[in-house]
Ligand binder design. Sequence first.
Ligand SMILES: O=c1ccn([C@H]2C[C@H](O)[C@@H](COP(=O)(O)OP(=O)(O)OP(=O)(O)O)O2)c(=O)[nH]1
Length: 158
Amino acid sequence: MFRSGAFVADHVEPTADSQVQPNGVDLTLESVLEQVSPGRLGVDGKRIGDRESVSLDDGVYVLPPGGYVLQYAETIAIPEGHVGFLYPRSSLMRNSCMLNTAVWDAGYEGRGEGLLQVHYDVELEPGARVAQLVLARANHDGVYDGSYQGERVGSTER
Ligand SMILES: O=c1ccn([C@H]2C[C@H](O)[C@@H](COP(=O)(O)OP(=O)(O)OP(=O)(O)O)O2)c(=O)[nH]1
């Protein structure tokens, strides 16, 4: 069963009333990065390639078509007994952009990232709502203890 937006809001920090939706909580854009060197997924490990901040144009990201790494502003803590799923805000999709996401594991805490696909020029303002997190009750074995645990928590690092 998916939980209500009010429940999700208890696990997203900070959350303004305008972010709380019936079934989830909208996440806002903090920053946009562009990958500039190759990463690697191997049998025994992984490496994330270098990424550079995209410059703001008069306080707005003006993005031509391409793939970007988008960082969310909110810290998410997936409670035990749950799994999180993130969806693009439909207005993003209606503007020919898509946000690709993965599973948000029970026990994960951090300010995560997503892959933004831009298929037509778009302007995104930092602080704009871009995605929606929903939480579903789930059985799980253990809790998340991977390399992204605690990412960007309590820092202004990008
Ligand atoms: O779109 C998403 C989906 C998940 N996460 C966060 C929450 C999740 O719990 C964590 C790790 O995701 P995953 O387990 O898929 O990553 P991995 O590449 O398998 O990393 P690890 O080896 O650390 O498990 O990243 C995001 O930031 N963005």
